[in-house]
Ligand binder design. Structure first.
Ligand SMILES: Cc1cc2nc3c(=O)[nH]c(=O)nc-3n(C[C@H](O)[C@H](O)[C@H](O)COP(=O)(O)OP(=O)(O)OC[C@H]3O[C@@H](n4cnc5c(N)ncnc54)[C@H](O)[C@@H]3O)c2cc1C
Length: 367
């Protein structure tokens, strides 16, 4: 006997749980099941975004830290940005997922199991999970995407630590500090001071291949050493790899959401805000009987990000200056808008005029 449902969500990560929580809040009456085999604690990591006041309130239960200022640094410049409307905010992923889970009720339920098999039929699909069969009319698949081999990736290792000494400036998040070894690819340190003695510090690289884990931890230790910061205790280690090239859904027959469904910004690896937008709009559509997945990143933005990444690949020596020049051209407000995919035409004009014309024109003619 199969269990009849209206909507099956495969994967209860950022996109799957956000969609389920939105559907529960809208009380659509539809039978929704989200399938996720892992616990939230086993997937703990940090999700950063620029949050406005409304988002900040909504995300409050999951917020681990927030900074009015953020900076990009190289050997020549320290660019500190601030905005009245956006704060750089870091979420605990497990707290965010638990918060979503707490919003589920009635006809929207989480099933703590992997989807083992999907059999497509003329009017929907049969899903097998936890030894049961579910007959569903609609599937939204948020499993991590497949990627093409050799594409650009953002790969990182982070240490979350308690420090012996008090940290100097806890009001500013360091998004990119390029004063590290650049010999193996575009490399920077990302550092979030949560309090005087609590720091997340990540060594991040943008390139086509990853390094052994010790390479990143050595870079972190050297960066801490250069600043006279001693680790009192390591609280957690975070390892990640985010595709910055074309991505493909696990199963092309399913409607994909999240990173696999067009919500991952290729030039930055940021996805959280786009996932929020996509899942909120999709839930509204589902409530009114429409099931097409909205694309939060426009075709134009995809195209521009594609060109930017090709310049990064073809001219690795320009990497640091591309990010620094872009940041220098924008105010904090404009920078946040740009990262959120909300740049105005004037913001774009500022960014384009700050970029080196030759490399971009060559890639423009090539794409
Ligand atoms: C370590 C890390 C840090 C990141 N930091 C940021 C950040 O700071 N800001 C930002 O904007 N973006 C960040 N990203 C990028 C992006 O926001 C995240 O990858 C985000 O989790 C993508 O959401 P998702 O729902 O598409 O995929 P996921 O959150 O990865 O969810 C996919 C889920 O599918 C489940 N699954 C897999 N197979 C099955 C199956 N057979 N059945 C059921 N479930 C299955 C997995 O267990 C997983 O929970 C980060 C990514 C990583 C990896």
């Amino acid at each position: 006997m199969s269990i009849a449902i209206d909507v099956a969500i495969i994967g209860g990560g950022s996109a799957g749980m956000s969609l389920a929580a939105n559907l529960a809040t809208l009380d659509t009456g539809q039978q929704v099941r989200v399938f996720e085999p892992n616990t939230t604690a086993s997937r703990e990591c940090h999700w950063g975004l620029w949050a406005n006041a409304t988002q900040y309130e909504k995300l409050r239960p999951a917020i681990k830290g927030h900074w009015q200022g953020w900076q990009l640094v190289d050997h020549r410049h320290q660019l500190v940005k601030q905005s009245d409307n956006f704060t750089y905010t870091s979420l605990s992923s497990s707290r965010y997922l638990n918060h979503c889970e707490n919003l589920l009720h009635g006809s929207v339920q989480l099933i703590r199991a992997a989807v083992d098999d999907v059999e497509h039929q003329a009017d929907g699909a049969l899903l097998t999970a936890a030894g049961e069969t579910f007959q569903t009319a609609h599937i939204f698949d948020s499993r991590p995407p497949r990627t093409a081999a050799g594409g650009l990736i953002q790969h990182f290792v982070g240490r979350e630590i308690r420090t012996q000494q008090p940290l100097p400036n806890v009001g500013i998040a360091t998004l990119m500090d390029f004063r590290v070894d650049q010999s193996r690819g575009l490399h920077f340190i990302y550092a979030l001071p949560f309090s005087k003695h609590h720091l997340l510090v990540e060594s991040t690289m943008i390139s086509r291949s990853a390094q052994p884990e010790s390479w990143y931890t050595d870079a972190i230790d050297a960066w801490l050493d250069d600043r006279g910061i001693c680790m009192a205790e390591q609280l957690a280690l975070e390892v990640g790899c985010i595709p910055m090239d074309s991505v493909y859904p696990q199963d092309p027959r399913h409607a994909a959401i999240g990173a696999a469904g067009g919500a991952l910004r290729r030039s930055s690896g940021y996805a959280f805000s786009y996932i929020q937008q996509q899942t909120r709009q999709l839930a509204e559509r589902i409530a009114s009987g429409h099931y097409e997945v909205p694309q939060p990143i426009s075709q134009q933005l995809l195209y521009m990000d594609g060109i930017f990444n090709r310049v990064l690949i073809e001219y690795p020596e320009l990497g640091v200056s591309l990010f620094m020049d872009m940041a220098a051209a924008l105010s904090g407000e404009q920078f946040a808008r740009f990262m959120l995919g909300q740049a105005s035409l004037m913001d774009w004009a500022r960014v384009i005029s700050a970029m080196p014309k030759g490399p971009f024109l060559r890639q423009l003619l090539d794409v």
